[in-house]
Design a protein around this ligand. Structure first.
Ligand code: TXA
Ligand code: MG
Length: 337
C-alpha cells in the first residue's frame, strides 16, 4: 500500500479515506493518532493489524463536538459534565459505560468506552467531515508514540492510507485517562491534565497502582494498555533517581562505547559522554514535549545503553515519570538510598 502524505488543505481527501473504511494518521495536541471510523468495526480492525496491537487493548473514540458523546455512552454523570466543561477540548480521555453503537473492536470486549475531544484543529476538521474516530497513538505497538509526521512515517509507511502532516505535537505525551465507570474516579494514565487539576475539579480521584508500579503476577490491568511493554526504544534505558550532581557523577563513572545520558540542560556541561537533552530540570511541560523524540533519537544514534535522569512524579512530571519508567522496564537505580 502506498501511504500518501497530506497537509491541512487536504482534509476532504482524508475524510473520504475514513468514510471508505481506510486508515489516516492525524495530528492531535498530544501525539499523532491512527484513525478509522469508530462506528465501523471492520475499519477499526485494520488499526490493530497496522500497529501490531494486541486485540484486547481498547481504543479511544475522538469527537469534535460535545453533543457527539451522548449516543456513544449509556450514562453521562455530573462529574463527566464538569470534566468536559473544564478540560475539553484538550488532552483528557474519559471512560464511561458504552452504548450499543460502539463496536466490540473498539472496546475490546469491555463494557466501557474511552472518549476524548481533542483541541487540534486538523483533528477536529477530520472528525467533522467524517465521523467520530477511533484512534490509538500512530506508532508500531511497543515503540515510542509519534510526535511528528516523520515519526509516523518511519513506523507506518506502507501500512496505512495516509498521514496528515500538522507539524509537531504541543503536549508530547498521550492524554490523561480517567475512568468514571469506577467510584471514586480513577486515574489510569497521567498526561497533560494533571491529577491535581482533576482533583480540583471533581474531588477525590484515586491514582491507579499501575501508573507507578508494574502489575503483580496475575493482576488485572484496569487499563489493558498498561500491561504491555511500552515506549521502549531498542536501547536499554536505565532510570536514575537522585540529585543532579549525583546523577552526573554516577553516569560519568559508567561512560563507555555506545552509552549516552538522557539528561537536563544544566547537566550537559558536566557529563563526559554523549547526551540527549530533555529540557530544563524543573520544566516538566518541556520534558513531556521532548521525551518521545528523545527516545527515538537514542535509537537513531545507535546507543546501546541510555542513563536517564528521573523527573519528580508531580504535575506533568508524573506523566513523564510514568512513560520513562515503562521504557526502563520499571528498573530504577535510586542514588538517594
Ligand atoms: O493522547 C492520546 O490519548 C492519543 C491520541 C491519539 O488521542 N491516543 C492514545 O491511544 O494514546 P492509545 O490507544 O495509545 O492509548 C489508549 C489507552 C490504552 O492504555 C488503553 O488500554 C486505554 O487507553 N483504554 C482505552 N479504552 C479503555 C477502556 N474502555 N477502559 C480502560 N482503558 C482503556
Ligand atoms: Mg499508544
Amino acid at each position: 500500500m502506498e501511504t500518501k502524505m497530506l497537509d491541512g488543505s487536504q482534509i476532504e481527501e482524508a475524510a473520504d479515506i475514513i468514510k471508505k473504511g481506510g486508515l489516516v494518521a492525524v495530528p492531535t495536541e498530544t501525539v499523532y493518532g491512527l484513525a478509522a471510523d469508530a462506528l465501523n468495526g471492520d475499519a477499526v480492525k485494520k488499526i490493530f493489524a497496522a500497529k501490531g496491537r494486541p486485540a484486547d487493548n481498547p481504543l479511544i473514540v475522538h469527537i469534535a463536538e460535545l453533543s457527539q458523546i451522548y449516543s456513544l455512552v449509556r450514562e453521562f454523570p455530573e462529574k463527566a459534565r464538569i470534566l468536559a466543561e473544564r478540560f475539553w477540548p484538550g488532552p483528557l480521555t474519559i471512560i464511561l459505560p458504552k452504548s450499543e453503537l460502539i463496536p466490540d473492536e473498539v472496546s475490546a470486549g469491555l463494557d466501557t468506552v474511552a472518549v476524548r475531544f481533542p483541541s487540534n484543529k486538523l483533528a477536529q476538521a477530520l472528525i467533522k467531515r467524517s465521523s467520530p474516530l477511533a484512534a490509538p497513538s500512530a506508532n508500531l505497538s511497543g515503540s515510542p508514540s509519534p510526535t511528528s509526521a516523520g515519526h509516523v512515517y518511519d513506523d507506518m509507511n506502507g501500512r496505512i492510507d495516509a498521514i496528515i502532516d500538522g507539524g509537531s505535537c504541543e503536549v508530547g505525551v498521550e492524554s490523561t485517562v480517567i475512568t468514571l465507570a469506577a467510584d471514586p474516579p480513577r486515574l489510569l494514565r497521567p498526561g497533560g491534565i494533571t491529577l491535581e487539576q482533576l482533583r480540583a475539579a471533581v474531588g477525590e480521584v484515586v491514582l491507579d497502582d499501575a501508573v507507578m508500579n508494574p502489575l503483580k503476577n496475575g493482576e488485572q490491568a484496569a487499563s489493558p494498555g498498561m500491561k504491555y511493554k511500552h515506549y521502549s526504544p531498542k536501547a536499554d534505558i536505565v532510570l536514575i533517581k537522585g540529585a543532579s550532581s549525583d546523577f552526573v557523577d554516577y553516569v560519568n563513572l559508567h561512560k563507555g562505547e555506545n552509552i549516552a545520558a538522557l539528561c537536563y540542560e544544566n547537566e550537559v556541561d558536566r557529563l563526559e559522554l554523549p547526551v540527549i537533552v530533555m529540557g530544563e530540570e524543573n520544566d516538566y511541560v518541556q520534558q513531556a514535549n521532548r521525551l518521545f523524540a528523545a527516545l527515538r533519537a537514542a535509537d537513531e544514534k545507535g546507543f546501546k545503553t541510555v542513563y536517564a535522569h528521573c523527573p519528580k512524579p508531580e504535575g506533568i512530571g508524573l506523566a513523564v515519570y510514568n512513560r520513562i519508567i515503562r521504557a526502563a522496564g520499571f528498573e530504577v537505580t535510586d542514588l538517594e538510598k
